[in-house]
Design a protein. Sequence first.
Length: 294
Amino acid sequence: MLGFSIQAPVFLGKASKDSTNDLIAHYDNVEKLLDVLKTAGVGSIEVRILPRGADESAYREVIQLIWNAGLQLSIHGHVAGDFAGSRFAEIYPSMSYVLTNYPKYQTGLTMALHAFDAKTGVEEELHQQTVKLLHEWVAIIDAEQLPLRIAVENNRKKSSKVDPGDSIDGVLRIVEEVNSPHVGITWDMGHFYSNLMDTHGLKLPPETYLEQLPPDAFLEKVIHTHIHGLGATGTHNPLTDRRSLPLELYVNALQRVGYSGLYNLELTMNKFDQDQSLGEHVLASVHRLKEATS
C-alpha cells in the first residue's frame, strides 16, 4: 500500500484552511488533498510528527477526516516528553484519540520513531536511552495487547548532533538489542542515499545511481518506509527527477526479502523546485512509486 506523510502544522489547524499553504500543495483545503491522493492510489496517511506532549484534541479533526475518507493512518512518533503511566495513551497522550478509535478503521498501527539524539553527548548513552525506552514501550504494548509496531528510522548524518540512529548499523543494533516483534525498522531511503552521497563527496544526485544497498539483516527487519528524493535543497524532495533516488532498486531489494509494509512518501513541499506546480510534483512522485511497487 502507498502512504503519504502530511506535516504537523496541517493537523494543528495552521494549513487546512489556507489555500496558499505549501504544506497542502496549494489545494483549497486538506480534504481536497486527501481526495487527490486517494484517487492517485494512496491508501494511508502518516501524521508527521505527532509529538508526545501535543494536545491530541488539536489532531482529532484531520485524523478523523483521514479515516472518513477511507484512508488508513500511520504515525511518526517522537521520543521527547517524559510521561508516566501504565497505558500507552498515558505515556503518549496525543495518541489517545487514535488508540481509542483506530479499530473502527484499521487492524493495526505503525509508528516511525527516531532514536534519542543531542547536540552534544555520548552516542552510546543515547543508544542505551533509546533501547531502555523501547523496552518500556514494548512492555506496555504487550500488557495492553496493542497491535502497535514501532519502526526505528535511520537518520541523515549531521555534524551538528550526536545520533545513534544516523547509520544503518546503528539502527540495526538498536532493533536487535530490543529484540521484540513489536519493534522493527523504518528504512528512510532518502536519508540512506544522502549519507551514501556524502561518503562519495557528492552534493547532488549523480547521473548514474550509487547502487550500494543495506545488508539483508537490515532489510529483513524493515516494517515501514520513508521515501523522498534529493535535490538542490537537500532531502525530502519529490521523485520527479529520476536521479533524485534509486527508488526502483530499493523497492526491488525490499520485495526480494518479502516486505509487506507501507511505501510511504515523506515530502516537504515547501522545498520543491518551482519548475512544476506542487500538485504536479506530488502526483508525479505518487505515480513513480505506484509503478515501482506494482
